[in-house]
Design a protein around this ligand. Structure first.
Ligand code: GCU
Length: 608
């Protein structure tokens, strides 16, 4: 029992150490950067030999003679010196990018991969602070600079950063990172998912520098329930109580200086006469300037309200129908994790072409380019925490991990007008432990952001006596704002023609968003509407689903599954799936299937 208690304490300690990571710097997107993208030397390490203690069965940095630990990036002193690794002559991988897609021998690899990047850096001014930031790395990452541990991060889809000011040295600095993408029963997500387990430094890595006195964090958004009062929460570093931080929003004639408190913070609001509200039809973004000391940080922020009223979703007080599509973070044509603004333009360009005003970024936080571009294009966004399927609901470290990942994406995206929904989970089986876990996440989320809508992709179930009646009564629904659920009538349940006879019994008077419906088709495979995997079969599902859903009085939106075919180890059917989930409306070669045009036609004709 004692051993278990020690293990739990260790896990909590580890996750606790991670919580410090949620004080992420706000809006590094618009700061000057020194990119570390490009070729990194790598050493594959399935036995964690680079840090592993051969006496213990766990990751242990200090039990090896330090020079033999890969994070020391040591070299043989002379020909008599025995060293068994050398980054300088090791293979290279491109960063960002998964290792799986860069070398066939790594395609199925799940384990540790060591990365090493040398860089020189000269600070612009004494007293400035220098950070290294990772926009994402899947799944468990430890970071070292010049042989010293900077810290670690758990979670494959949220940013993390470390202050390296005091660890920089003249000449070459050795940045060593070990990323382990093994799936864990107690992980978030857990071991089973319907997506490919891309491993590695899958997003941008860069350095940035801020003055000793700088803007660390801010939330500048309309206050809940207000259309003219902008909440202003600013956190600075290095300023003494009474020193000023300036806020300028020129087009709103806001130019104010606020005195920070003893903690360097400002919590206030500004009232404005007239705002050009952000919406899909008018994605207005205001230039916002923040100045503290000699730090100036610029942002582009849209102002809008989002609320529910009974079964209606109100954007800026007007009812709106969410014409959406679900998206995985995978550029199917490039065939790897999406990370760049070009990838975002491809994916959101297809969504716009489909007639969407909304996207569900499934099943985990996507890279920041997606939400920044959605702001510009006027596409509303559902962001999702990777609490997917059968999570270890009773494990406190699992909860802390889930909460930490949610905190990180909320910190990163809280000023994005496009983000209207925080989703707690996807397809999690109702039960006491699960309900408790998700209710804690809701309380945490609302305590940090009371302006956005909360939801989760819940499930339906069949009436016990009449299989034509589908019931939606997940008890968790009463704690969120949108009643969203996945249903696959016509694919996993019945045939496309089954849709017509289905009756929906929905327990709550809330806006209903169908977070997933759809079916698989191999692009270019044609036949009649009864033949599985044909484009015609998939098109029939969409046609019949849209007719069925239009009969639901509270129907307020949909994000059908899914924009494009994506890799999944759970989809092996030869000649049809070949390792791809084929529910995409677009194939991995960019080919639009018939169902794309069915949905496009529906959205283009759908008013409110
Ligand atoms: C589920 C799940 C998706 C999955 C889909 C499918 O609804 O949420 O992640 O890919 O079904 O079976 O294709």
């Amino acid at each position: 029992m004692r051993k278990l208690a020690t293990l739990v304490a260790l896990q909590l300690l580890m996750v606790g150490a991670l919580l410090a990571q949620t004080n992420l710097m706000q809006n590094t997107y618009n700061r000057a950067k020194t990119t570390l993208n490009g070729k990194w030397n790598v050493i594959i390490d399935p036995y964690d030999n680079g840090s592993y203690s051969y006496r213990l069965d766990r990751f242990d940095e200090m039990s090896r003679s330090p020079r033999s630990a890969y994070y020391m990036d040591a070299k043989a002193k002379d020909k008599t010196d025995r060293m068994e690794y050398d980054f300088d002559i090791a293979e290279t991988l491109m960063v960002p990018g998964s290792w799986n897609m860069q070398n066939d021998k790594y395609y199925w690899y799940e384990g540790s991969m060591w990365y090493r990047r040398l860089f020189t850096y000269d600070k612009e001014a004494d007293g400035n602070q220098v950070f290294v930031r990772f926009e994402g790395a899947n799944y468990h990452t430890h970071v070292y600079l010049n042989g010293k541990k900077l810290g670690q991060h758990i979670g494959g889809f949220t940013p993390f950063e470390f202050n390296i000011t005091d660890k920089l040295r003249a000449g070459n600095n050795s940045l060593v990172v070990v990323v382990n993408n093994m799936r864990h029963r107690d992980g978030v997500p857990t071991i089973n998912t319907d997506w490919f387990n891309y491993g590695g430094l899958t997003r941008d890595v860069f350095l940035y520098e801020v003055p000793a006195k700088h803007i660390a964090d801010y939330t500048i958004q309309l206050k809940k329930g207000s259309t003219k009062e902008i909440g202003v929460e600013i956190a600075t570093k290095g300023l003494k109580a009474g020193e000023k931080v300036q806020l300028r929003i020129p087009e709103l004639k806001v130019e104010k200086a606020f005195a920070v408190d003893a903690n360097g913070k400002v919590s206030t609001s500004v009232k404005v006469k007239k705002i050009n509200y952000w919406s899909p039809k008018n994605p207005k973004l205001y230039n916002v300037e923040l100045l503290a000391g000699n730090d100036q940080l610029n942002d582009k922020i849209g102002f809008r309200t989002i609320a529910v009223d009974g079964s209606k979703i109100l954007l800026n007080g007007e009812q709106i129908f969410l014409k959406g599509i679900s998206i995985h973070e995978e550029n199917p044509v490039r065939g790897d994790r999406a990370f760049s603004i070009d990838d975002a333009r491809t994916m959101l360009g297809w969504a716009k072409e489909l007639g969407c005003n909304f996207v569900r970024l499934a099943h985990y936080p996507h890279n920041e380019n997606m939400v920044r571009l959605a702001d510009e294009l006027g596409i509303m966004v559902w962001e999702e925490n990777p609490v997917y399927w059968t999570i270890s609901w009773e494990n406190e470290a699992t909860y802390q991990n889930a909460q930490n990942q949610l905190a990180e994406v909320m910190t990163r995206d809280k000023n994005r007008a496009s983000v209207i929904v925080w989703s707690m989970a996807n397809e999690t089986p109702p039960g006491e432990a699960r309900d408790k876990f998700l209710k804690r996440l809701v309380a945490f989320t609302r305590s940090h952001d009371n302006t956005r809508l909360l939801s989760a992709a819940m499930e339906k179930h069949k009436d016990k006596t009449n299989k034509k009646i589908m019931i939606v009564d997940d008890p968790f629904a009463q704690y969120v704002d949108l009643l969203s659920f996945n249903e696959y009538i016509g694919w996993y349940t019945g045939k496309p023609t089954s849709c017509e006879k289905i009756q929906w019994k929905i327990k709550y008077d809330m806006p209903v968003v169908i977070s997933e419906f759809g079916g698989g088709a191999l692009a270019g495979f044609h036949g009649d509407e009864t033949t599985q995997w044909t484009e015609e079969y998939q098109a029939a599902i969409y046609r019949e689903q849209l007719k069925m859903l239009s009969k639901i009085p509270q129907w307020a939106g949909a994000t059908p599954w899914i924009l494009s075919d994506f890799r999944s180890p759970r989809r092996p059917l030869g000649k049809i799936q070949d390792g791809y989930n084929r529910k995409g409306l677009i194939s991995e070669t960019g080919e639009k299937k018939k169902a794309f045009f069915i949905l496009q036609g529906f959205y283009n004709n759908k008013q409110r």
